[in-house]
Design a protein around this ligand. Structure first.
Ligand code: ADP
Ligand code: MG
Length: 305
């Protein structure tokens, strides 16, 4: 019997420790009768326990990617695996459960994170209401989480009585309520000042170290690149570059702490920046490749004047 597969011969091996595995993700939106390609065949792998920032200009596809990982959007093409499971294989009910407990979201706007008419501790309990458990246990866990984010002493206040940074701390506790395996944050420091933003990143790092949760933060703010170990650059709906923190550097506020790489996609394509091409004086759309001594050398065609 013949079996039809979407991509014959492409049965992929998903690494055991990959929490997020994107394979050629494409997302097309229709906008005023025009197709907008928000993701253009994006490949990405995030390992368990990693804290990663995805940085790119406005409109580069960051939110689309995060929403897809969070189960709020479905890909037009390509595949997305979370903890080894193909998200497209989930039935509707499983998808609802996935959104509520496998992932935790922190948004830029506090109104999207917190109910204004509930106290801080009630806000943290709210996502737990759909799961099993009793009131006492929920309260205990909510307080434990508030302690973890340094907000226990504000448990009985309302969100409007808190500063922007404090609201984001509570939002992080809310996102952690159902023990998600991934914490997703979309511009979490977009509405606070630099000092507060620093503290929020400190908190993300502490949670990452304390409970080992995988954290994915998207932002347009390039200065935040120094605050995490792994930085992925997204442009035009594709991963273009990656920066990895040098093991030896330990100060979180110094520049030049990361090694920069260009990312090769799964079909072995890589994108050369205008910058690099200009420096090398290459303007032709044809180049010569030569491999030698562990290097690949790119040169313009010989016949070019
Ligand atoms: P970012 O978060 O990096 O700013 P987005 O993922 O929000 O980028 O958007 C990527 C592209 O897709 C943009 O061109 C945006 O206008 C478009 N887009 C996003 N969401 C929608 C939508 N619901 N309908 C139509 N176009 C959209
Ligand atoms: Mg966005």
């Amino acid at each position: 019997m013949e079996q039809s597969k979407e991509r014959p011969g492409q049965e992929e091996h998903i690494p055991e420790d990959a929490v997020v595995y994107c394979d050629g993700l494409v997302k097309i939106y229709m906008s005023d009768g025009l197709k907008v390609m928000a993701l253009q065949g994006l490949d990405l792998e995030i390992k368990r326990g990693e804290m990663t920032a995805i940085i790119g200009k406005s409109g580069s596809g960051k939110s689309t990617l995060l929403n897809m990982i969070g189960g709020l959007e479905t890909p037009t093409a390509g595949r997305l695996f979370i903890n080894g499971q193909d998200l497209s294989s989930l039935k509707e009910k499983e998808m609802v459960r996935y959104r509520k407990s496998a992932v935790g979201f922190v948004w830029q706007k506090s109104t999207r994170n917190l109910f204004p008419y509930m106290t801080v501790v009630e806000n943290v309990e709210a996502p737990m209401l759909f799961a099993k458990g009793n009131d006492r246990k929920r309260r205990e866990r909510a307080k434990m989480l508030l302690d973890e984010v340094g907000m226990l002493s504000h448990a009985d206040k309302f969100p409007s009585q808190l500063s922007g940074g404090e609201q984001q701390r509570v939002a992080i506790a809310v996102a952690l309520a159902n023990e998600p395996s991934i914490l997703l944050a979309d511009e979490p420091t977009g509405a606070v000042d630099t000092k507060t933003s620093d503290k929020i990143f400190q908190l993300f790092r502490k949670l990452n170290a304390d409970i080992g949760i995988t954290i994915l933060i998207v932002t347009h703010d390039i200065s935040l690149a120094d605050k995490v170990n792994r930085v992925i650059m997204i442009s035009d709906g594709k991963i273009s570059k990656e920066k990895v923190r040098r093991v030896a550097s330990h100060a979180w506020n110094e520049g030049e702490s990361h090694e920069e790489y260009v990312v090769m996609d799964r079909a072995h394509r890589l994108q050369l920046s205008e910058d690099v091409l200009e420096k090398a004086g290459i303007s032709s759309n044809r180049v010569r490749l030569e491999a030698m001594d562990g290097k690949i050398i790119i040169t313009p065609p010989k016949e070019e004047e």
